[in-house]
Design a protein around this ligand. Structure first.
Ligand SMILES: Nc1nc2c(ncn2[C@@H]2O[C@H](COP(=O)(O)OP(=O)(O)OP(=O)(O)O)[C@@H](O)[C@H]2O)c(=O)[nH]1
Ligand SMILES: [Mg+2]
Length: 659
């Protein structure tokens, strides 16, 4: 199956699955099983499934064929070249292709001058009026292609301006762009481009990042330390006619091996194999040449050969547009698409499925707990009423006062719960403090200050080290606090269960290891980036600001997801209390009401007993239905679209457990 087909299928699955989650939520709501935490959990799951994005970044030296490859893989359906691809430097700014239904189909361009301000790209995204907008007509491929040529636009500026914009560095004179006879320097006109088109794959959450040739000195730190590392897959492109050049290798080192792990999310494409086709060589000779290039490339980059895929993007595009099957096979594009489908999409699906299976498992446990309380309440009433058979009025009266007394005793639980809530809140507030924006901002201000010290070059590692060890420390403190909250809740819930017949269970505390790992990889990517000749740029204050802004962008994502996990955890504990308190109170009213009716002979005892039995039956049916609905959902996760051999063992275990 090709990448496009696999992605398509993934999209269909996600839509259907999100719909099913919505139906489950409605069903639960109709049966009063949807407490605040369950509702939130369902909502998040639905959102996660619906909005799951997959970003694929294309990274390479100038003119290796990034844009052409994007055309060939994704846009051949338009019947022509859509992304500008031509000899020499073409794509001048990072270009993101995606689809957001809330925005009309258009190309948005952020002027390069925004670099003179300190905001990170992430922040500019929130300011639509600063972007130049060009509407796109997808039914007119020629207009589309013409509009997209804007990503190749340039401006000419003097040296002073080039320096301010980050394209001229006195410290690395060899890397500076050429100065024209009139003393001006060519720089990109735009800083970033966002293309919003309703292409079928983009509509389903694919985001493609085309980058300008990255040997460029003007590349922003944010691209290296934030955008590319966050892509789910990066495709590194080389040209078969040039092999691995020194600058290719520099880009590979700077952009693609920073994270250490996740080798399968890096694909190396050896493009332009058609330059090796030649009428004087036999097909075997050509094949041998290609094999040799693949082997050398793999060896230089330290990868298994299977991860280097030889293709011809240009011939692939031509073949698709003209429907030439033989040429398509010769271009080897299908093999690359296959690798993308298996590697990138496979990984992504696994992660999504595991997360969803986890969510459903917790959801089911919470709903079952609510049903358990109802069942127990019914059983209590049943015993009570059966005991009344053949008893006289005074016994009934006595029973009534006993229930009232029980209710009075139960009401004292309110004070205890209140006390637990305030301890819980106090501890939570500490966690929020540790992970909140002000803490992060203060840390980053300190780092910026340190990096701006003259002669910092030798101390950069130390400055980062100190900042990150403080950040790690705050995560560790949060983890410890989380543990304290968890034991506090466990002990208090146990006590409440014993004293007031609740069946509370403290929800599992968030696992912070993931965030610690994220911190580590962020730190690693920064040091790697600075270690590769970018260190000298630190002497420019704007560069420091930009670097730290880029860092902030990524850290914020980590901290926000940690906080939101803590919030959900908190919500799940407090809504359990709410629900059970409400159910218990209702139960007292129901019991009193039943006694009252019996006393007034308004309804017979046997009828009431029959009513309760009927309610028990309804509850059993609900329980069975919940099990059926959730196991059906979990089944959907594994069976329909994902053959058994594609589902790895951990996911399978999670699925079985959830079912
Ligand atoms: N022969 C041949 N030429 C190719 C192939 N792929 C791309 N090219 C040519 O290489 C040149 C550069 O291609 P682009 O797609 O613009 O390269 P790029 O990597 O996007 O370059 P920049 O945007 O400048 O960084 C163009 O003239 C393409 O036609 C290929 O498979 N074979
Ligand atoms: Mg390009």
């Amino acid at each position: 199956m090709s990448f496009n087909q696999k992605f398509d299928q993934h999209g269909i699955w996600r839509r259907e699955f999100a719909l099913r989650l919505r139906l489950l939520a409605e069903w639960m709501k109709d049966h009063d099983l949807l407490d605040a935490a369950v509702e939130e959990r369902l909502h998040r799951l639905e959102l996660q499934v619906r909005s799951d994005k997959v970003m694929v970044a294309f990274v390479a030296e100038v003119s290796r064929g990034k844009s052409e490859l994007i055309n060939a893989i994704f846009f051949a359906g338009y019947g022509r070249r859509i992304m500008p691809a031509s000899a020499g430097r073409t794509t001048m700014c990072p270009t993101e292709l995606g689809y957001d239904a809330d925005v009309p189909q258009c190309l948005r361009l952020l002027p390069i001058e925004t670099r003179l301000q300190t905001q990170a790209l992430m922040e500019w995204r929130m300011v639509p009026e600063k972007w130049t907008r060009v509407d796109l007509d997808v039914n007119d491929p020629a207009q589309l292609a013409r509009a997209l040529e804007k990503v190749a636009e340039v401006r000419h500026v003097n040296q002073e301006e080039a320096r301010a914009l980050g394209f001229w560095h006195d410290e690395n004179p060899d890397d500076n762009p050429p100065v024209r006879a009139d003393g001006l320097i060519e720089v990109p006109r735009w800083r970033h481009a966002l293309i919003n088109i309703a292409h079928p794959l983009l509509k389903q959450g694919l985001v493609i990042l085309d980058t300008p040739g990255l040997n460029a000195i003007g590349a922003e730190p944010e691209l290296t330390v934030s955008l590319i590392p966050q892509a789910h897959a990066a495709i590194f492109i080389l040209a078969a006619d040039t092999g691995v050049t020194k600058s290719d290798l520099a880009i590979w080192r700077e952009h693609l091996i920073t994270e250490g792990d996740g080798c399968e999310s890096r694909l190396v494409v050896l493009n332009k194999i058609d330059t090796l086709w030649d009428a004087l060589s036999t097909p075997e000779q050509v094949q041998m040449q290609i094999d040799r290039q693949v082997a050398t490339t793999a060896e230089i980059l330290g990868l298994p050969r299977s991860q280097v895929i030889p293709v011809s993007a240009q011939k692939g595009l031509v073949a698709k547009v003209t429907g030439d099957q033989a040429l398509l096979q010769a271009s080897r594009l299908p093999a690359l698409e296959l690798a993308l489908a298996g590697g990138v999409m496979g990984q992504r699906q696994k992660i999504l499925r595991a997360a969803v299976a986890d969510g459903i498992r917790e959801l089911k446990a919470e709903a079952e707990r609510a049903m358990h309380i109802r069942r127990r309440d019914l059983a209590e009433q049943m015993i009570e009423l059966r005991g009344l058979r053949g008893k006289n009025v005074s016994v009934i009266h006595h029973m009534r006062s006993r229930i009232e007394q029980e209710r009075a005793e139960f009401d004292t639980s309110g004070a205890k719960i209140h006390a637990i809530r305030s301890v819980h809140l106090k501890l939570l507030r500490e966690v929020f403090n540790l992970l909140g924006t002000p803490t992060l901002r203060a840390e980053l201000a300190e780092l910026t200050h340190a990096l701006k010290q003259p002669g910092i070059k030798l101390g950069v590692k130390k400055a980062y080290g100190q900042t990150f060890s403080r950040l790690r420390e705050s995560l560790q403190k949060s983890r410890i606090l989380g543990g304290e909250i968890q034991s506090m809740l466990t002990a208090s819930f146990r006590q409440l269960n014993a004293e007031f017949s609740f069946s509370l269970q403290a929800p599992k505390e968030p696992d912070f290891t993931r965030y610690e790992r994220d911190l580590e990889s962020i730190q690693r990517s920064h040091l790697q980036y600075l270690g590769l000749g970018n260190m000298l740029k630190l002497s420019q204050p704007e560069f420091c600001d930009r670097l730290v802004r880029a860092l902030a962008t990524r850290l914020r994502v980590v901290y926000e997801s940690a906080l939101s996990e803590v919030e959900l955890w908190n919500k799940s504990a407090s809504s359990q209390l709410d629900v059970q308190l409400r159910e218990r109170r209702r139960n007292f009213s129901r019991r009193l009401e039943a006694i009252e009716r019996i006393r007034e002979a308004a309804s017979g005892l046997n009828e009431r007993i029959a009513e309760i039995a009927a309610q028990e039956n309804v509850l059993n049916e609900l329980d069975a239905k919940l099990a059926e609905l959730t196991s059906h959902l979990v089944g959907e996760l594994s069976l329909r679209f994902f053959p058994a051999d594609e589902t790895d063992a951990t996911v399978r275990a999670a699925l079985t457990e959830a079912a």
